[in-house]
Design a protein around this ligand. Structure first.
Ligand code: ADP
Length: 334
């Protein structure tokens, strides 16, 4: 079971659309980014011009897609959604760009994965609202300049550091989304429960929030799991008893760690004596891409104080050993 993976599962899609905040005022937490965006959007509205391009970085499930939708809603603009991996050729991107209406918001998820030729086309569109589309091949090839309506690009990335310098420089606004505090996740849960007509007690919300990996997507998914369990086994109320029993059935880790988090910690401790070990070696040990380990898994393990990065590689902390039910080596004690 992988109930606490921060990556969206197909079954999440409809459920997420229902509880997704529609306006900035409904968006829980992330005070800094929210306030900065509010100023950016309202000054653009006052001037009557599209705001600067916006880059949002942060782990999966923290609200990047939601914020792009909110940006369009606050501006009263149209919204187009696409992703870096979906744009394979420059022509794919040119087609999207030239079909935008004035002031539209274009959301590109995983923008760091955009193909190189498309990336260069995007530069001129972002800067000059113009693209050169190359027609034909070889000596007969001609570049046809096409106008693009003024638009706002909202790019999302799991790590801003993965973006090329020229790409990063073209964003006038860069916002970083952090993991949510348990109290913020409780607010997310109370809000979702209200929308979904679920009765939730304060201690039920606390229990789920503490095991949601700092991630609203996971909190909402666990809420649905506990609700299902409570309906079948209990009085349908999401309280502490139902939460504890359901999260046990779904094998949700007490700290909210998902399958990959646990595999990484176990490999570190069991195969490498706690480290230090390099990222690529660790990734091979758990059968994952180094990028996935670095982008999806490590930020939370670092934040939870279970993993540390040292110049010589990754090391498991004493808490990681204890979480796996083992005694840390004396060098890490207490
Ligand atoms: P990302 O694009 O960063 O992977 P999403 O924007 O798709 O994440 O968010 C995942 C889900 O989590 C959304 O459906 C939304 O319901 C919920 N969510 C994310 N951020 C918030 C927030 N700040 N307040 C309330 N719900 C949120």
């Amino acid at each position: 079971s992988d109930e606490t993976s921060p990556v969206a599962a197909p079954e999440d899609r409809d459920a997420e659309a229902t509880v997704r905040p529609k306006r900035l005022a409904e968006f829980v937490g992330q005070e800094r980014v929210r306030e900065q965006l509010e100023v950016l959007l309202h000054s653009a509205l006052r001037r009557g011009t599209p705001p600067d391009h916006i880059l949002l970085s942060g782990s999966p499930g923290l609200g990047k897609t939601t914020l792009s939708m909110i940006v369009a809603a606050e501006l009263g603009s149209g919204l187009r959604l696409t992703s870096g991996p979906a744009i394979e050729r420059a022509g794919d991107l040119a087609a999207v760009l030239t079909s935008l209406g004035t002031g539209d918001v274009l959301f590109i998820d995983e923008i760091h994965r955009i193909a190189r030729p498309a990336e260069e086309l995007l530069y001129s569109a972002m800067e000059d609202f113009r693209v050169d589309v190359v027609v034909g091949k070889g000596p007969g090839a001609t570049a046809i300049p096409l106008d693009v309506e003024p638009f706002t690009l909202v790019g999302a990335t799991t790590r801003a550091g993965l973006l090329t310098g020229p790409m990063r420089d073209r964003f006038g606004f860069v916002g970083h989304l952090d993991f949510y505090e348990p109290a913020e996740l409780e607010r997310v849960l109370r809000r979702s429960a209200q929308i979904l007509n679920i009765e939730i007690t304060p201690d039920g919300a606390t229990e789920i929030a503490g095991r949601s990996r700092g991630t609203p997507r996971i909190a909402n998914r666990l809420l649905r799991r506990v609700r299902d369990y409570a309906e079948v086994r209990g009085a349908g109320i999401v309280d502490l008893t139902a939460a504890r029993a359901a999260l046990k059935v779904y094998d949700v880790d007490p700290l909210g760690l998902d399958r990959l988090d646990r595999a990484v910690l176990r490999a570190l401790v069991e195969n490498f004596g706690g480290g230090p070990v390099g990222l690529s070696t660790l990734a091979i040990a758990v059968g994952e891409q180094p990028d996935t380990v670095a982008e999806v898994c490590e930020p939370f393990l670092l934040r939870a104080g279970l993993l540390a990065r040292t110049p010589r590689g990754r090391v498991a902390t004493g808490n990681a050993w204890r979480h796996l039910g083992r005694t840390p080596p004396s060098s890490l004690a207490p």
